[in-house]
Design a protein around this ligand. Structure first.
Ligand code: FPP
Length: 245
């Protein structure tokens, strides 16, 4: 079946889509290309998905671009991926500004070079008031590290007498996560056939609908994206409640 935007109920789209973009390397290998070429194609796919998300007026998109664990890859590959981020961000800066897209980077930015951090902060600052779409890029991100950071920040405030432990509830905890001003994802997509969370948004994903596809990220076309959104629309979300008849 061919999918088009018309198959979708535009009033029932997720507000926040999160994506684990997986399979660049395997896609490259399958086609006899070096891994770097897979990442380059992956960056092109990311741009197309951002454009489609914008067009559909979905207000939040989070892309898992680089995990805490990805630092374990060969040095050369890490360097080429970081260079690709830098080049892509510099190239897309004006696109983000022009379209009214806010960039937000979550993860441990102290792991990155000063020039990459400067570029990220410059774009974040310039797009801070944009509201059409929040593009959240997870870079050097790990869900457990994020939770531990929140625990440490909260403990420090308690120790300094700035926070009463009795007042720590879910709202207070969320305020200490990277995603403090972003709603939980409604839909999580993972490409490449792997069916696991890989330390992504562990706290935020509690009631998120999961969608797995065997397609490698560079071949995740608009049609594949629409299929995922269509699958989401067929689901009944109860958040721990009962069926409504
Ligand atoms: C996933 O495939 C790729 C990454 C985690 C690397 C970085 C992602 C991109 C370059 C795409 C998005 C780009 C931007 C600018 C947002 P993999 O290498 O884990 O594939 P494999 O599991 O098949 O080896």
């Amino acid at each position: 079946m061919a999918f088009s935007s018309f198959s979708l109920d535009l009033s029932k789209l997720p507000k926040h889509v999160a994506i684990i973009m997986d399979g660049n390397g395997r896609w490259a290998k399958k086609h006899g290309f070096p891994r770097f070429y897979g990442h380059k194609k992956g960056a092109e796919t990311a741009k197309k998905v951002i454009e489609k998300t914008y067009e559909l007026r979905i207000p939040y998109l989070t892309l898992f671009a680089f995990s805490k664990e990805n630092w374990k890859r060969p040095k050369k590959e890490v360097e080429t991926i970081l260079e690709l981020f830098k080049v892509s961000l510099a190239k897309e800066k004006h696109f983000l500004i022009e379209k009214g897209i806010r960039l937000k980077v979550i993860g441990d930015r102290k792991d990155f070079s000063e020039d990459l951090v400067d570029l990220i902060e410059e774009i974040e600052e310039e797009t801070r008031h944009n509201s059409k779409l929040t593009l959240c890029l997870a870079l050097s991100y790990g869900g457990r590290a994020e939770i531990l950071k929140a625990v440490k920040d909260i403990s420090t405030k308690v120790k300094q007498g700035l926070l009463d432990p009795e007042t720590i509830d879910e709202k207070v905890f969320r305020e200490h996560l990277y995603t403090q001003d972003i709603p939980d994802p409604d839909l999580l997509i993972r490409t490449s056939g792997e069916e696991r969370l890989s330390n992504f948004l562990l706290f935020q994903i509690a009631y998120t609908e999961l969608y797995f596809t065997s397609v490698y990220w560079p071949e995740f076309t608009e049609e594949e994206y629409l299929k995922a959104l269509y699958s989401y629309q067929k689901r009944e979300r109860r958040f721990g409640g009962v069926h409504e008849f």
